[in-house]
Design a protein around this ligand. Sequence first.
Ligand code: COI
Length: 354
Amino acid sequence: MIAAMDIRVTKVSKSKINEINFDNLPFGKYFTDHMLEVDYENGEWKTPEIKPYQALSLEPSIAALHYGQAIFEGIKAYKNVNGEAFIFRPEDNFRRFNISADRMQMPAVPEEIFIEGMRRLIEIDKNWIPAKKDYSLYIRPFMFATDNVIGVKPSDTYKFIILLSPTGPYYATPMKIHVEEKYTRATPGGVGFAKNAGNYGASLKAFADAKAEGYDQVLWTDAFEHKWLQEVGTMNVFFIIGNTVITPSLDEGTILEGVTRDSAITVLKEMGLKVEERKISIDELIEAYKAGSFLEVFGTGTAATISPIKELRYRDFHMYFDTATWKISPALKKNLTDIREGNVPDKFGWMVKV
Ligand code: COI
């Protein structure tokens, strides 16, 4: 438990919760009554404030808008069968946030602000945690540079904010994925492992091109040969070939170290499956598909949870999957959901009580 921290709290006079239809919550569209906001100035973090969700007043010269010094996280909170609120693995996202901060030459956010601030915010808005199956409260911590100087240098001032968004599934149906060869997401030595805003901005052109051809997202390949598989635009990726689950390894620094990725690896091993984190090429997938041993392919992410992929397209070669017949990834999804919703004991210690 983190030490009690001084937080200034101003609550809304009237909640807007009744204006929201909790049976239909598109991802990231609605925000709760409150947000947490903290400024970094003169080398220190100021007192955090929880206040009504509102617009920010910023000058157009702020550094983040010009040079992209901005990072974020995605976390989820759930209610268990007894109506108690829990956050899923916030410590892991906290660690990753500060790894991103370091890569982007930004100050580390103290644990008490990130974790305790988040906990206090959710405590105030806990009625916003949806109860519906596959719904959750999405937590979006982010930080950006606020110096009003248009010179390329690390900012001296920053803003850290946490927003809460009651949300439904990011991908409601099995996905169609295009294997990307023209554009590149990440190279060794770059920022691929960091959750900086620019990684997502830079993905939009490839996403739009894939969408124009009827695909939901791209599967990124390496920058040099465009054959080694990395991750999908919004999630990590797993392949089941024969009795082995394979996911691209993290060692080149070109892949986001997903918390759901790690949870999936842990649960799959617990289910008795062999899991390999290693380099995997598109050629290996095609060979396995032709041999009939490429059984399942799915994405993992906080927003995406476990998202089945029903088609992978590489050039003119299409790999189709009948996701309705799958066994392993649906079982993984169920096992993870059971932990998150408190239907089974939390044996890995992933759930943090609000
Ligand atoms: C998440 O899964 O939380 C993400 O941040 C991915 C996406 C929504 C950008």
